[in-house]
Ligand binder design. Structure first.
Ligand code: S3P
Length: 172
């Protein structure tokens, strides 16, 4: 039986996963699942409140549980949270039925994109320093993902086009 692979978008905060996911969803007709939004809806509170009240480890459990659930679906565009790579089992599970692609961006570009956004608990305080440190720490995890697209200086539409072409090649 023919199956439609999920497209799973991975990448650091501010790499454009949700924006690109929306474009890919419009283009393919496949529904978009935004993991952070779903976690917030199920927990009944914002990500920042989950971090503040329950702690990051609890948030990672929510992420892990949702990954196990979503990785079994087909034909979805899945926009993950930037820290999905922290547990390598998440990437392994998504890879079983999905085309997993990492959106890459430089620290400068990420800072430009998240400068005025206060919703991300891991970037509270000195944003530039936090981005540089966390990006450095996670770099090997993002680089280990088979497919990747550089996003610096590109419009989301171009990034979505590149991902769609790679997805088609991989699934044809
Ligand atoms: C996180 C990224 C966020 C969100 C949470 C933790 C991370 O998602 O899941 O704040 O650890 O990188 P976005 O990448 O959508 O900002």
């Amino acid at each position: 039986m023919q199956t439609t692979k999920n497209i799973v978008l991975i990448g650091f905060m501010g790499t454009g996963k949700t924006t690109v996911g929306t474009l890919l969803s419009e283009r393919t007709g496949m529904p978009l699942v935004d993991m952070d939004s779903l976690i917030e809806a199920r927990a009944g509170k914002a990500i920042s409140a989950i971090f503040a009240e329950d702690g990051e480890p609890r948030f990672r459990e929510y992420e892990r549980e949702l990954t196990i659930e979503l990785a079994q679906l087909e034909g979805q565009i899945i926009s993950t949270g930037g820290g999905i790579v922290v547990n390598p089992n998440n990437v392994t599970d998504f890879s079983k039925k999905g085309f997993v692609v990492c959106l890459l961006a430089s620290a400068e570009e990420i800072l430009k994109r998240v400068k005025h956004d206060e919703s991300r608990p891991l970037l509270a305080g000195d944003k530039q320093q936090k981005i540089v440190e966390l990006l450095e720490q996670r770099r090997p995890l993002y680089e280990a993902i088979e497919h990747s697209v550089h996003t610096d200086g590109k419009e989301p539409k171009q990034v979505a086009d590149e991902i769609f072409s790679a997805y088609k090649q991989c699934t044809s």
